[in-house]
Design a protein around this ligand. Structure first.
Ligand code: SF4
Length: 692
């Protein structure tokens, strides 16, 4: 067997080191194991990451395809790229916002940076976003609001030092298994509190499970803040020295009993959470918080809880959990919501720096970051978008109200770049087959800001090209001269240089340094520095905080609970909530085997099941989806739980978005259970391929 190649797992954002053994046939991975030398994981790895790296499910794309007379037919790269370039050029001649680009948190930093450079600096389109907005954007917006910079203040190094771990609207036992192991190990000498309407695996492992009503996280967080204030648990010294806006927060807080009532808990539960935050507490949150029309406000309230109790020092703090492997890198590199390095999108000086670095006219850079993925697809119907290019993302299954999104994408010239035959491929006009994990060189950035190398353990199969090669080839066809065929290392050097002096400074990193050290955390402004806990400093035993806001202090927020985006009523009396199954990521493209169930598995409380038959469909105002129904008392009464990664689930979900972050409200909408035979086949529109 060949020597293994050290690389980084590209499944989730924990960022474990893997050793990949190539197959002897020239491409493919034979064996994957944890890498004991990787500084993040020291040999740990989870089964999902190993299996999806070594032997992913899904039908591989092996050659370019073009649609002819309704069918996708094999073609050459020249034909496929020529059709893309001609169509993009024609559309851009009419309007530079006419070409939309949807990227992914699964790309390397290099590919994500190149895609952003092409979309923003080459095409000049405002219709550019990534699937990271579908899961992380609310946390990002809350971090900017509070600290003037995105990314968690704490790192993994803080996990062993925390006394209390509060996991809010997240299920890391399933989503981030290696990290959850660190959390539970630390909690052996402390406490683990899980806040979630559903009794998840994380909740089962907790010392306390707070089962709030679905969609009431902001009411609960604000109620806890009210009790922190009433009980005198505010860290007055920290608030005085390091924050602004506390009086406004205090004046805006609800009456605690009313907040508890809104969240479906008692005041004693508020007190238990308030007590937790009086100790050294890490507060983690995930999509249960972010995927809401009030996601930014809720994430902000969790940050407020940390600030009010002085939990902004090592061993504590607000720690958003990132899903996809390179969501963080996409946020730093890809010119989506900020320019590389968190340079302000609207700042004239920053725009000039970026335009000069890319050698493009500054007025080609769009002046607003765009409407988010839902708005991008809407702009096919009611805006200028004529062509859409998706890269390592599956909007036909992944966007809310997926049937409507699919119909809109059918009206555009759709270019799909992916390694696997997804639902979106079936609607494409051109398909560009991309290399995947183990076949590409580059870097990735995990959720605690650590950049590490992604290496090719095996060759790229014949007929397939890397993401970076494809982006550069499309760029050459539409905007010649933007890239000059740079290698991944040269692209990283260009990216790192552009981040110099910014809050997310990568300029002290190089491939040589990453090879030598294994992983380096940003900010790293020179060749020996690396980031640690953000904002907190200690000089001769004296603490100080330095936050990149205009005041140098962290900012409190004041938003209050506003109810569900689509509340239940007499016609739709149940609340749908969505969550992750253990093997589910990115619409399950790499984990859905041939025998994957055609109907999603809906979990309901036994009392809900008893009130209905068993051949059922879930119906929302947007679609009807047949399901397999399981009784499960982990799910609260009146709630229907569906796996977010089943390709049918998002036909039901609500396309409303958070007005600040553009993140969709995937987590709650109003549904009812109906007999499948009577309603489903007649009502479902645009069924996903493969379903009967
Ligand atoms: S925890 Fe995440 S990064 Fe680590 S091996 Fe599992 S999937 Fe990969």
């Amino acid at each position: 067997m060949s020597d293994p190649t050290p690389t980084t797992c590209m499944r989730c954002a924990v960022g474990c080191g893997h050793l990949q053994h190539p197959a002897d046939i020239g491409h493919g991975i034979d064996l994957v194991s944890g890498d004991v030398n990787h500084p993040v994981s020291r040999g740990l790895a989870c089964q999902r990451g190993i299996e999806e790296s070594a032997d992913p499910d899904g039908e591989w794309l092996t050659q370019p395809l073009v649609r002819e007379n309704g069918d996708l037919l094999a073609t050459t790269w020249d034909v496929a790229l020529g059709r893309v370039a001609r169509t993009f050029r024609d559309a851009l001649d009419r309007c530079r916002d006419a070409v939309a680009v949807l990227g992914s948190g699964q790309q390397t930093n290099e590919a994500a940076y190149a895609l952003g450079k092409l979309a923003r600096g080459g095409f000049g389109t405002r219709h550019y976003d990534a699937n990271t907005t579908l899961c992380m954007a609310s946390a990002v917006t809350a971090y900017y609001d509070a600290f003037g910079s995105d990314a968690p203040p704490p790192t993994y190094n803080d996990i062993p030092d925390a006394d209390v771990h509060v996991v809010w609207g997240a299920n890391p036992a399933v989503a981030h298994p290696v990290m959850f192991r660190w959390i539970t190990e630390s909690a052996e000498d402390g406490d683990l509190v899980v806040v979630d309407p559903v009794e998840t695996r994380s909740a089962l492992a907790a010392d306390r499970h707070v089962a709030l009503d679905p969609g009431t996280d902001l009411a609960l967080a604000r109620g806890v803040l009210a009790r922190v204030v009433e009980r005198g648990d505010v860290d007055e010294s920290f608030v005085e020295r390091a924050t602004v806006g506390f009086p406004e927060l205090r004046d805006s807080l609800p009456e605690a009993a009313a907040a508890a009532d809104a969240a479906g808990v008692d005041v004693g539960t508020l007190d238990a959470l308030a007590t937790a935050f009086t100790r050294r507490t890490l507060c983690y949150w995930g999509m249960g918080v972010n995927q809401s029309t009030q996601g930014t406000a809720t994430a902000g309230a969790l940050v407020d809880l940390c600030l009010a109790t002085g939990n902004l020092r090592p061993g504590s703090g607000p720690f958003s959990l990132t899903g996809q492997a390179n969501s963080m890198g996409t946020r730093v590199c890809s010119s989506k919501g900020t320019w590389p390095g968190q340079r302000g999108f609207a700042d004239p000086n920053e725009r000039r720096v970026v335009a000069e670095a890319w050698d493009v006219p500054v007025d080609r850079l769009p002046d607003d970051p765009g409407p988010g993925p839902v708005g991008v697809v809407d702009a096919i119907a009611d805006g200028p978008v004529e062509a859409v290019w998706t890269v390592a993302t599956n909007p036909v299954a992944g966007l809310p109200d997926a049937s409507a999104a699919r119909e809109r994408l059918d009206d555009a010239f759709l270019v799909v770049q992916d390694a696997f035959r997804t639902e979106t491929v079936e609607h494409a006009d051109v398909v560009l087959p991309a290399a995947t994990w183990g076949e590409s060189e580059g870097t990735t950035t995990n959720m605690e800001r650590r950049v590490s190398r992604v290496r090719a353990a095996t060759g790229v199969p014949s007929g397939v090209r890397t993401d970076l090669e494809i982006v550069q080839a499309v760029g050459e066809g539409v905007v010649p001269g933007l890239f000059e065929g740079k290698s991944p290392e040269a692209v990283f050097e260009e990216l790192a240089a552009l981040t110099a002096g910014t809050p997310a400074d990568l300029s002290g990193m190089s491939y040589d340094r990453l090879d030598a050290e294994g992983a380096v955390r940003w900010p790293a402004p020179d060749a020996t520095s690396a980031g640690g806990y953000r904002y907190h400093h200690e000089d001769d035993g004296t603490e100080r905080w330095d936050v990149p806001t205009s005041s140098g202090r962290a900012r409190f927020s004041t938003a209050s609970h506003d109810g569900l985006a689509e509340p239940t009523d007499g016609a739709f009396p149940l609340t749908l909530t969505t969550g992750r199954e253990p093997d589910g990521y990115n619409t399950g493209v790499r984990s859905r085997g041939e025998d994957a169930p055609e109907r999603p598995r809906a979990r309901v409380h036994p009392s809900t099941l008893a009130a209905h038959g068993d051949d059922l469909a879930v119906e929302s105002r947007r679609a009807t989806v047949p399901v397999r129904l399981d009784a499960d008392d982990a799910v609260p009464e009146g709630t229907v739980w569906l796996p977010i990664h089943h390709p049918r689930t998002n036909e039901l979900t609500l396309p409303a978005t958070d007005p600040r972050s553009d993140e969709p409200n995937y987590k709650q909408c109003a549904v009812r259970l109906v007999p499948a035979a009577d309603r489903a086949d007649a009502s479902v529109t645009g069924r996903a391929p493969g379903d009967d």
